[in-house]
Design a protein around this ligand. Structure first.
Ligand code: AMP
Ligand code: FE
Ligand code: FE
Ligand code: ZN
Length: 280
């Protein structure tokens, strides 16, 4: 079984619509794919409608933007009840703040460079969750930077002059929110140091006490030493270990299926989650 539990469609910052993501998953030889757009469930139905045609099973998920001690922490949430009002309200709140914040970043850049909000809208057509990747794409379209990654390394960097943070719930509160909605909380790329500071062992242990279920260990942002550390920590704390591509279409180099999750781990996630995995 080839299981990839973390991908993005154009509903957030991926480059293809959910149905095309399902086709790409089939072409990559996946049996199961997790759709985890940033802060939204809006892509779920379109992906679900493509299950029969593609023969790929779907794990409905979300990648939640949270914050712990000033750090941005991404929390994967698998198989939650989509009609849970507290979860839906929090997602709406995060998306709303993302949009206002993206506008403010663009205003700051526009003071120095020829970039408009319309440029960003042109890059985020179809997206309900707008973020820096779309601003990056607009900068590329304007010829101001070469590609997304270059934009993040320069104009859009966290410690650059144009950066504006966005609202995000505390990671511990988000874990509780996900659990209350019947979802399965897993920390995305917990050791991705190139994105900034990361959670230390004590912080992860404390989240585990709060009901965290798993760690995404196998991810391209982790080298072997990091994977070994996280695998040890997961064993110590009784956390599940997942692996995923974090595919964003052509927006990033990540290839579908480049990291995979064990069948037994998926079975455990399905046992714990409120929704079933949708199978062809
Ligand atoms: P935002 O939530 O708007 O701050 O943007 C965060 C998103 O931008 C992440 O989920 C990634 O998809 C992308 N991202 C963050 N850091 C980088 C980076 N260094 N290079 C490329 N993409 C990045
Ligand atoms: Fe992303
Ligand atoms: Fe992430
Ligand atoms: Zn992601």
């Amino acid at each position: 079984m080839r299981i990839d539990l973390h991908t993005h469609s154009g509903v957030s910052d991926g480059t293809v619509p959910p149905a095309a993501l399902m086709q790409a998953a089939r072409d990559a030889g996946l049996d199961v794919v997790g759709l985890t757009d940033h802060d939204t469930t809006d892509g779920w139905d379109e992906a679900a409608a493509a299950i029969v045609e593609t023969g790929v099973a779907l794990v409905r998920g979300i990648e939640l933007s949270t914050r712990h001690d000033g750090m941005s922490v991404h929390l994967l949430c698998y198989l939650p009840r989509p009609d849970d009002v507290s979860l839906a309200d929090e997602l709406a709140r995060i998306r709303e703040h993302r949009r206002t914040r993206a506008r403010r970043i663009v205003e700051r850049i526009a003071a120095d460079l020829p970039l408009t909000w319309d440029d960003v809208l042109a890059q985020s057509a179809g997206a309900v969750s707008v973020g820096r990747p779309h601003i990056a794409d607009a900068l590329v379209a304007r010829g101001l930077v070469e590609h997304r990654d270059a934009a993040f390394a320069t104009l859009l960097s966290d410690d650059g002059p144009y950066y504006v943070p966005h609202y995000a719930p505390a990671t511990s509160a988000a874990v509780a929110l996900v659990l209350a909605a019947g979802g399965v909380p897993v920390i995305a790329h917990p050791g991705a140091r190139m994105r900034g500071r990361t959670l230390d062992d004590e912080a992860i242990a404390s989240l585990a006490t709060g009901g965290l279920v798993g760690l995404e260990v196998d991810h391209r942002d982790h080298d072997e030493a990091e994977r070994t550390r996280l695998r040890g920590l997961a064993a110590e704390l009784g956390l599940l270990v997942t692996g995923s591509s974090d595919w964003h279409g052509s927006g990033k180099l990540n290839r579908l299926g480049e990291n995979l999750t064990d069948e037994g781990v998926l079975a455990r996630i399905e046992e714990l989650g409120a929704l079933p995995v949708l199978r062809p």
